[in-house]
Design a protein around this ligand. Sequence first.
Ligand SMILES: Nc1ncnc2c1ncn2[C@@H]1O[C@H](COP(=O)(O)OP(=O)(O)OP(=O)(O)O)[C@@H](O)[C@H]1O
Ligand SMILES: [Mg+2]
Length: 501
Amino acid sequence: MPNPFLSMKDIDKSFGKVSALKKAEFHLKKGEVHALLGVNGAGKSTLMKVLSGVYEQDSGEILLEGEKIRIRSPKVAKDLGIYCVYQEVDTAIVSELSVAENILLDSIVAGTNIFISKKQLNSEARNALKQLQAEDIPVEKPAFMLSLAEKQLVLIARALVSSAKVIIFDEPTAPLSLHESTKLFSVVKKLKANGVGCIFISHRLPEVFEICDRITVMGEGTLVGTYDTAQTNQEEIIEAMLGTSYSKDFPVRTHALGKILLRVKEVSGGEKVRNISFHVSEGEIVGVVGLVGAGKTELAKTLFGYSPHTDGTIEILGNTLKIKHPKDAIKAGMALIPEERRKEGLFVHEALQTNASFPNLQKFSRFLFMNKRKEKSFAKEIIDRLHIKTSSTDTPLIYLSGGNQQKVAIGKWTSLDSSLYLFDEPTKGVDIGAKIDIYRLVREFAEKGKGCLYFSSEIHEILGISDRILVMYDGQIVKELSREEATQERILLYASGGKEK
Ligand SMILES: Nc1ncnc2c1ncn2[C@@H]1O[C@H](COP(=O)(O)OP(=O)(O)OP(=O)(O)O)[C@@H](O)[C@H]1O
Ligand SMILES: [Mg+2]
């Protein structure tokens, strides 16, 4: 191999007893788009934090254009031209500052641009946005008014004005809509054409195969292998990630359906949900599919009482319910596994087992004393079931990788014995192995006679898991399809507002 542009060799990094990286390796060529893949907790984010100066490695070396470098801080990384677009973009945006100030932040902070006039500032910022085909973002607007996708573009523009050589994208597409992702990909292609090396972390294999030249797979903190995208396929990569071959099949229904469990009639509510009618039977998995923004989360929240319905009725087993608050929904036997788990569902500074038992304190407490043993054994159960990577049940969640935090958030709801489960995008950000575990879990619930509503914007997932499919567009259900009738093309057509002739 000719000398790579950037090389990380034999990188070790431990946090106390946990060794997150063990002789990790990564090599980047100039102007390539290089995917970094691996299951949750494999060490991807940690390796990239070493590269961007957030952590310093315990041992190992980093070479940039053949020169040994030490990256002691994020500032050093930036001076070397290494930038990172974190998944939590908000942490890197100064919300009170304007778009232009955010874009030129590094040079302002460094003092190289103190005497720049506002006019100049704005025009430089506009230039950078233009290169990203994002000139529609107003440079004088305060940053907090931007959408997430726009904030990402501002961060990329910041890297651009500082002539970045390497840009790291850590799960950038997880919160984006299809359209926004497509736009991001064209930006990545442009960066590549300008000779910028891009490192791309994602749990969505189709997009990795679409935009990446090479793929490096990590496992257990170390290198598994590096592959040319043109010379490999999804199966090989998945095997490299999981360490074994896996069954792709979604579990299918083998049991008969029971009574009609949930009946929703002409329900409207929240800002989006309009005139929704459908039902879910006992033992049935009903998939609700729609593009980001179609109103899936709003519908889930309306049913669950976060934004109570203003019209229509909701019945469970023939009884009309008054759901004004989530506690009414829980009492009626519903459980909602919410989408924005990191924000809504978890106490990241608390121990894993405390988080796990939270939805069902009654089951684990007696006369207000927590039964620690029961709590621990339940935590162990979900760790096994969802293959959560953690050093113990006492570990505070903040020390778990992003995807593993997500698994705790899903697992904890399984302690509640509900009759209807609402899953809102449960597999966002979790690895392929965990996805399969989650599909199995949902199918198990159905087999026990529970009703399941599964909200997702991933069409292949909806096709695999659902017994019946409802397609949402603009706050309404525009089409119902049976498992047999549904195809990727038909769903996409209805989900984007089209109709069949
Ligand atoms: N600050 C920390 N303190 C303790 N342990 C940590 C810390 N950061 C990461 N770890 C541990 O290091 C390991 C690797 O985590 P990392 O976040 O790099 O995984 P990842 O590959 O990015 O996973 P994901 O796909 O879930 O984001 C995990 O076991 C995690 O619990
Ligand atoms: Mg990560």
